[in-house]
Design a protein around this ligand. Structure first.
Ligand SMILES: [Zn+2]
Ligand SMILES: [Zn+2]
Ligand SMILES: [Zn+2]
Ligand SMILES: [Zn+2]
Length: 124
């Protein structure tokens, strides 16, 4: 720790930190300590980030501008056994399980997918 840092710490101990910045992202202007990072007021900026479709979107704090990435919140759909739904971006994804790569029928829910027969080129 440098002498400058020691002096700054001493001043902060004696006088209390000198907080600057918006309420949700305060920083002590003397010692550089970050204050509480709670209570950001996040607002959705985009649904499904264009650069990363595997995340649900970007949120930005309307007070200090801090951004965070939101992951999809997959929940099973009640009457569709193998389908998950994310309420954040209104996206469904299916994860049916097939016994073999050529099996047309999901072994959990019975959903039938189209399989192209490589010999005939026809959809079965
Ligand atoms: Zn301080
Ligand atoms: Zn904030
Ligand atoms: Zn999502
Ligand atoms: Zn299924």
């Amino acid at each position: 720790m440098s002498l400058k840092d020691m002096l700054a710490n001493y001043r902060c101990k004696r006088n209390g930190h000198t907080w600057t910045g918006p309420a949700c992202n305060q920083k002590c202007s003397v010692c550089g300590l970050m204050g509480s990072t709670a209570d950001h007021q996040y607002e959705r900026r985009s649904r499904i980030s264009a650069s990363n479709p595997n995340v649900c979107g970007i949120e930005e704090c309307k007070v200090c501008g801090m951004r965070r990435t939101i992951q999809h919140d997959w929940k099973p759909v009640a009457n569709k056994k193998c389908v998950m739904y994310c309420a954040g971006c209104h996206t469904e994804k299916a994860f049916h399980q097939y016994a073999t790569p050529m099996s047309p029928e999901c072994r959990i829910c019975g959903y039938r997918r189209a399989i192209i027969d490589p010999r005939t080129g026809r959809v079965t």
